[in-house]
Ligand binder design. Structure first.
Ligand code: A2H
Length: 256
């Protein structure tokens, strides 16, 4: 466990279309969304990579809360995360972290979403079984170019859609190149997963090694190859992208 507080950027990923099953559930529970926006809040350490989002992951093993975040906004995340946000004055009432409704991750899978900065206009919510319940918001945005976990999970979803009970065409299998490093090229996660011959999202030891290498190389030696800060070093551009996302209302910053 980390001793120092970890700062996360919470990316507000708007649900633009729920599945029929989800709408049935909302109806049964008398949850009325008229005039409201619902966001999955994904915790990330790499806000500068948000151009390359290709889906948003939730865990089928996690029960999420749907929390009132303002007069017309709801956040979907774990109760633990919303509680943290509430004590950091990011919610309407300090200390009030009672959800309006709870929803299992599996029921969110298939929803259409719009992710800020993402090059791909419409993305889907997809399942990731390795999400930890006690870290971040329990929601992970997928950037397969720079995150080995996201790359391997995407590949597995694409190869075994029936097993995961998803539609194959919900999966965007091609990563978007966002960060260049001389060592690993433009899609460092893909390069590392292949170099280390990582076969499954469950290869946690090798994935941890790949993650460490990708993260260090990208942060210290990476250059952005698209977006507003194209040509700038990741180290320099990262805080600027984060601030832009906060200023536009597309992200919150919180610690845990
Ligand atoms: B990162 P740390 Cl491009 N369970 O965001 C598992 N993983 C989680 C999580 C959870 N509950 N909550 C967040 N994460 C992921 C982007 C990214 C991330 C890139 C490259 C590396 C990377 C896109 N996914 O993380 O344990 C989120 O994925 C590698 C360190 O707090 C978040 O940032 O260090 C990161 O792990 C937080 O992990």
């Amino acid at each position: 466990e980390a001793v120092l507080p970890q700062e996360y950027t919470g990316i507000k990923i708007q649900v633009t279309e729920f599945t029929g099953d989800t709408l049935d559930y909302f109806k049964k529970e008398n949850f009325d969304l008229t005039g409201k926006k619902v966001y999955l809040v994904a915790a990330t350490l790499r806000p500068e990579t948000m151009y390359g989002q290709t889906c948003c992951f939730v865990s089928p093993k996690i029960n999420y809360g749907i929390f009132k975040a303002s007069d017309d906004e709801y956040y979907v995340c774990t109760e633990r995360a919303f509680k943290n946000m509430s004590y950091q004055d990011l919610t309407p009432v300090r200390g009030d972290y009672k959800s309006t409704l709870n929803i299992n991750g599996s029921l969110l899978v298939g929803s259409k979403i719009h992710a800020p900065l993402a090059v791909n206009e419409t993305l889907r919510v997809l399942p990731m079984e390795t999400i930890l319940e006690n870290k971040g918001t329990g929601v992970v945005t997928c950037v397969p170019s720079d995150s080995p976990d996201d790359y391997v999970t995407t590949r597995d979803l694409f190869n075994k859609p029936e097993y995961y009970k998803i539609e194959k065409d919900w999966v965007i299998e091609e990563p978007v190149a966002i960060v260049h490093t001389d060592k690993y090229g433009d899609k460092c996660a893909e390069t590392l997963v292949k170099e280390l011959k990582i076969n499954s999202p469950k290869d946690s030891v090798q994935l941890a090694a790949a993650k460490e290498l990708a993260y260090k190389e990208g942060f210290y030696n990476g250059t952005l190859i698209l977006g507003k800060y194209k040509g700038e070093k990741v180290e320099i551009a990262k805080p600027k992208v984060k601030q832009d996302l906060v200023d536009s209302g597309d992200a919150i910053v919180y610690n845990e």
